[in-house]
Design a protein around this ligand. Structure first.
Ligand code: ADP
Ligand code: MG
Length: 332
């Protein structure tokens, strides 16, 4: 039974960035305004996500990492109009099956925090008192150590995994308003480097300046386009002639209602239109689709990043028109 649990968990948590994504979303759901991510050896040894959110109340401790334990899903209708990131109660349970899970937490009702160590089936192994501020820290040591093949692959691909993680953290740092992100990586005995540090500004514009710097911001133009009856898209795109000379997709971020998602079709479309007039470059794109939640289904793949619109074909068509108009001075 625990072997099956391990294998299923490996489908929810695919890699380093999907693990950290779940923890960051939990922190955002908890109302955190400061999220501190620390990696040891790029996440291979351990990673920790610490927040100043609401904390976890003691009545939830025992079930916290059991499968399908969630405090977020009120009733089925909620699935139609997701307002929080989590809702299936699979992240902590999966992480406990895939590595060593340790949680420290305190709510404002407690005077002292609690340090919880979980076993691989999600049960609390030990519970002790710990001094800490209100909020939660989740530590995962040795991710995938319970799945030897995945573990080997994880270590072999660590550069790519790490790059993907940095891009994911950038995606949240750009879109989250008033949330400060810090990410550090410690390698060797004590060599610590800051991967990302943001102020948590209150606008997308200031977040872009924060993450990419003012000179990059000057190359961008804001847009707010109506795509279909129940979909608008707002954000920033490179001005013509000011693309992203770097790798494809390097600085492209897509969101649905503020939730980071992969949108390969939209990315392809934007690149194609931009490159028509700007042959070698790729545009920077930060695009937030504001849709009525009935028009999209964000729950298709376990990591929730593959999003399907119920009417994607017509959306892409109208989007093409809107973006071509946006770049119309040099239309091809
Ligand atoms: P889900 O987010 O789908 O509910 P998770 O396994 O990610 O499932 O988390 C289980 C539960 O643990 C959450 O419903 C929430 O009550 C609690 N939790 C997890 N992380 C945090 C956090 N950082 N702050 C407060 N509560 C948390
Ligand atoms: Mg969650």
């Amino acid at each position: 039974k625990s072997a099956i649990h391990r294998i299923c968990s490996g489908q929810v948590i695919l890699d380093l960035s999907s693990a950290i994504k779940e923890l960051v979303e939990n922190s955002l759901d908890a109302g955190a305004t400061c999220i501190d991510i620390s990696l040891k050896e790029h996440g291979v040894d351990s990673f920790k996500v610490a927040d100043n959110g609401c904390g976890i109340s003691p009545s939830n401790f025992q079930a916290l990492a059991l499968k399908h334990h969630t405090s977020k899903l009120a009733d089925f209708c909620d699935l139609q109009s997701l307002t929080t990131f989590g809702f299936r109660g699979e992240a902590l349970s999966s992480l406990s099956a895939l590595g060593n899970l340790i949680i420290e937490t305190r709510t404002k009702c407690e005077h002292v925090g609690t340090h919880l160590v979980f076993d691989h089936i999600g049960k609390v192994n030990s519970e002790t008192r710990a001094a800490r501020q209100v909020g939660t820290s989740v530590v995962v040591e040795k991710l995938f150590s319970t799945l030897p093949v995945r573990s080997k692959e994880f270590k072999r691909n660590i550069r790519r995994e790490y790059g993907k993680l940095v891009s994911l953290l950038n995606a949240y740092a750009l879109i989250a308003k008033g949330v400060r992100f810090v990410c550090t990586n410690t390698t060797g005995k004590n060599s610590k480097s800051v991967v990302l540090k943001t102020q948590g500004s209150s606008s997308l514009k200031d977040n872009i300046i924060n993450v990419f710097g003012p000179s990059t911001f000057l190359c961008l133009e804001s847009f707010n386009l109506s795509v279909t009856d129940n979909c608008r898209v707002e954000g920033f795109l490179s001005k013509l002639g000011n693309g992203n000379g770097r790798n494809l997709g390097d600085r492209q971020f897509f969101y649905i209602n503020g939730r980071p998602v992969d949108m390969p079709k939209v990315s392809k479309l934007v690149n194609e239109i931009y490159r028509c007039s700007n042959s070698k470059q790729y545009p920077i794109a930060i695009m937030n689709f504001l849709v009525s939640t009935k028009a999209c289904d964000v729950n298709v793949t376990p990591d929730k990043r593959k999003v399907f619109f119920s009417d994607e074909g017509s959306l892409v068509l109208s989007l093409r028109e809107a973006i071509e108009k946006f770049y119309s001075p040099n239309q091809c």
